[in-house]
Design a protein around this ligand. Structure first.
Ligand code: ADP
Ligand code: MG
Length: 477
């Protein structure tokens, strides 16, 4: 008696269910429909090519073992992939793919699926979007006109300009812009997006922070809407992801990003990424992603020199209709030499003080104000201060952090203090560990990960962390 595909698949699902997490099962196996069983080939239907690739990458051996167990040694698997809107009628049709790793050597070249439906959920706004309606989330003021050119940004800027001129077709794909805080990564990345939007009215541009991307992905897992998430990102022509260092140690998010990256890149869509360090220094990011980054160009932004700082100040003043004596501007440009954000901060505090005191800003006043400003930005919080702040918050005696206690409350305070020490100070992991009763650097790494994980899953904890962060921040500024 021959078995039906439904029966076979139902039995397979039972086995699979015992071997994957409930979440994975719901996301990746429940949507599969068995459609045919001919001799030893089982055909299953999956909702997208992306879905197919994901299965092949993550579950191929499980699938293979399972169907062999159910159907015998010769069993083979074939996928049928739904392609939306690709046909003349605009109705979904399907294409078949073999299960590559099951011994089928037949290599099918396929057009990537075109997904221009109207049933895709937009994680930014509301369901039911049309491609054209995707808001790019760009700040219109962050453009090339307001971005001052200097030696510190020449390569990144001109690569960015080239990309904006011909997105997806230059060698700079992905374009990775990296550099320290406040040096203009976000500004430049957005400038590219804004220019593309101006030049190519029908291209869809999207700016998203890595954090937002991660949260959307996690939400989609929770809501069982991973497919919507994927489809949404596949619609984008120019995808800008800011601060990808945030992806470090987030395995699932990196996996998802890897697939989206591949799809977009394959379709000659432009990717622009920013990072606070060079791709090679991104710890906790998968090698295969890092190697993708090498396909394009990584260009860094460095600290602007005096002339560029002067030009930036003048541009800001001009834009805001402010006039200041030349010697004051020079004084500020000379003394604030860390990054552009602080340069702007200094200018703002100068103006604020002046209007508060109802005084013209002369060099003397500027000196006074800038002296305070410099003092405040160079003040670094100490690990002791962080420990004190955290312990006060959680009502834990500080000395417990240095002891071996495994009480939950103490462990949490200890781990969070380490996490914040890493975030707010320039101390090495080793030094941080020393401040916690001589723990070693791997403990510190582990703690930081534990905190990150907890923040990702526990909203209340995340709120506590940001409360504490604010307290610490306030003490510095
Ligand atoms: P990052 O993302 O690298 O931390 P931002 O892009 O947020 O830095 O830049 C910080 C501030 O400095 C922003 O207000 C930005 O407009 C400004 N800025 C940075 N670089 C330049 C530049 N070359 N010309 C003009 N403004 C700049
Ligand atoms: Mg930024």
């Amino acid at each position: 008696m021959s078995k039906s595909h439904d029966n076979v698949w139902t039995n397979c699902l039972k086995i699979i269910k015992d071997n994957v997490s409930q979440q994975s099962f719901r996301t990746w196996f429940e949507p599969i429909k068995p459609v045919a069983l001919h001799e030893n080939i089982l055909t299953i239907q999956v909702p997208s090519q992306f879905f197919y690739e994901w299965l092949e990458e993550h579950y191929v051996s499980l699938l293979r073992k399972t169907i062999k167990r159910e159907m015998g040694k010769e069993a083979k698997l074939e996928y049928q992939i739904i392609v939306e809107g690709g046909s003349a009628t605009g109705r979904p049709y399907t294409v078949n793919y073999p299960n590559y790793n099951s011994g089928d050597s037949q290599n099918l070249e396929l057009d990537p699926p075109m997904v221009v439906g109207n049933s895709i959920k937009n994680p930014f706004v509301i369901p039911g979007l049309k491609k054209i309606n995707i808001d790019s989330q760009l700040n219109p003021n962050a453009n090339f006109e307001s971005f001052v050119e200097g030696d510190c940004n020449r390569l990144a800027r001109s690569a960015g300009y080239a990309v904006a001129d011909k997105p997806g077709t230059t060698a700079f794909n992905p374009l990775v812009i990296y550099g320290g805080v406040g040096l203009g990564k976000t500004h430049l990345a957005q400038a590219i997006g804004n220019m593309v939007k101006q030049k190519y009215k029908n291209k869809t541009v999207l700016y998203v922070s890595s954090e937002k991307f991660t949260n959307q992905f996690i939400d989609s897992l929770k809501n069982n809407s991973v497919n919507d998430f994927i489809h949404f990102y596949q619609l984008i022509d120019v995808l800008i992801i800011d601060d990808i260092q945030f992806f470090a140690n987030k395995q699932k998010t990196q996996d998802m990003f890897f697939h989206i990256f591949n799809h977009l890149h394959q379709e000659k869509k432009q990717l622009i990424l920013t990072s606070d360090r060079a791709p090679r220094d991104l710890e906790g990011v998968e090698e295969r992603l890092l190697s993708r980054f090498k396909w394009g160009l990584a260009a860094d932004l460095t600290v602007p020199d005096f002339e560029t700082r002067l030009a930036i100040l003048e541009k800001k003043m001009y834009a805001d209709g402010i006039e200041l004596p030349r010697e004051v501007v020079e004084f500020v440009a000379y003394n604030i030499n860390s990054n552009v954000r602080e340069l702007e901060g200094a200018l703002i505090s100068l103006l604020a003080q002046a209007s508060l005191n109802k005084k013209e800003i002369d060099l003397d006043l500027a000196k006074k104000i800038i002296k305070n400003f410099v003092k405040s930005i160079s003040r670094e919080v100490s690990i002791d201060f962080i420990q004190k702040t955290v312990c006060e918050y959680f009502d834990v005696p500080v000395e417990k952090l240095r002891e071996k206690t495994r009480k939950r409350q103490v462990v949490q305070a200890r781990q969070l203090s380490m996490f914040l020490a890493k975030h707010f100070t320039k101390n090495s992991l080793k030094v941080i560990g020393k401040h916690f009763g001589g723990r070693d650097h791997s403990t510190v790494i582990h703690s930081c990960q534990a905190v990150q994980n907890l923040m990702d899953t526990d909203g209340k904890f995340k709120d506590s962390v940001s409360d504490i962060q604010k307290k610490i921040q306030m003490s510095i500024s």
